[in-house]
Design a protein. Sequence first.
Length: 224
Amino acid sequence: MDPAPYIDIYCERTAAGFWAEPINALTNIAFIIAAALAWPQAWRRAQRGPLELTVIALVALIGIGSFLFHTLATPLSAALDVIPIWLFFFLYILLLFVRAAGDRTFDVIGYMIATIMGFALIAYLVGLVSREGAAPLNGSLQYAPALIAMALGTVITLWREHPVWRYFAAATAIFIMSLTFRSLDQSACALTAGLGTHFLWHILNAVVLGILLQGAVRELPPKG
């Protein structure tokens, strides 16, 4: 009987097995730490925002989903890896719009429609680039919308002189480094003795999300 198929797209995995990617799997604890640092700060406030608590919880789920993918390596675990990431970004953007727009419903709806259309356009363009052959940059182009969103967030909040711009700027710079390591994983496989660089994507991404959570908790509090 043939062994069950598994997804093999990272340098560290060379065979089937739960612990075939130990470093890629275990570095996901960094996401749990990022969420654990932000949760008490948001929970202790008199005004608790459910949206804020949700994005914090999603960072923990990102770590869990990624751990499952790098251990099980199945299509279902791949979905559990990706879905929390995109839920986080859309809900974080919604959180930003709600707080920045002062709960003006029509403004928030308009911002979100524009954001979704922008994400869809970028995803379509990335799909065109990736249609022929293997995905360029080891599939990292799928995260181009997130990078552009953070960069735009930096520019807009800096222009409006909102103190959260510092968090967006730091997160954007680190995310660029994170994407670089994700993209180099396969090409750096021999140089890293079969370890690859994907684990650095996990660690730096956890730092990125941790910074974004701290920005939300400290500079985007719920309206009293």
